[in-house]
Design a protein around this ligand. Structure first.
Ligand SMILES: [Zn+2]
Length: 180
């Protein structure tokens, strides 16, 4: 057996981004543009990227839950999987210091996946409550989820360009996108 995740062609183009970002805020703008594009192409309004220590893009992923018929296909999961395949390892930490930039704070599933991925820093745009406000289920997450990551040695930055991130969610709701 063999599993393939169907991903849109434009995502492959985005994954060829070669110049490093000037800042994680710049990377967030790139991620939010990907989320907006995805939401207009049958995907959910979420995107995430893995950056190396010099802020080079390793991989960008988008939410394809409905489009690719897979409940695990959240943006963070796709970005982490693409980054791990690109580096040839299940453990990003064995290849250096990596940051996950995500358009929205991780849901319960992605929160669970983050420590196993080997990323050492997570940068979030919208809050989970912003996704819940338009109907998405973020799952059962402890209120202290950020502290729990910090306790495991993973730095967390919240509310980076939150207003712009919320605007991407609002745009999806106005389009009448499926929520789950
Ligand atoms: Zn998730």
């Amino acid at each position: 057996m063999h599993t393939t995740i169907p991903l849109p062609d434009w995502l492959e183009t985005l994954n060829r981004q070669s110049a490093p970002f000037a800042s994680t805020r710049d990377a967030m703008a790139f991620v939010l543009a990907a989320a907006s594009h995805n939401s207009g192409d049958g995907g959910g309004p979420f995107a995430a990227a893995v950056l190396d220590a010099n802020l080079n893009l390793v991989a960008v992923g988008v939410n394809r839950v409905v489009a690719a018929q897979g409940s695990i296909l959240h943006a963070e999961m796709v970005a982490l999987l693409l980054a791990q395949q690109r580096l040839g390892s299940h453990d990003l930490a064995s290849h250096g210091h990596f940051t996950l930039v995500t358009s929205c704070a991780p849901c319960a599933m992605c929160l669970g996946a983050i420590p196993f991925s080997g990323v050492q820093r997570v940068v979030c745009g919208a809050r989970g409550e912003d996704a819940e406000a338009i109907g998405f289920d973020e799952g059962d997450k402890p209120d202290s989820w950020a502290q729990k990551l910090i306790d495991r040695g993973i730095a967390v930055e919240l509310d980076v360009a939150r207003d712009s991130a919320v605007a991407v969610l609002a745009e999806y709701r106005e389009r009448g996108g499926v929520v789950y």
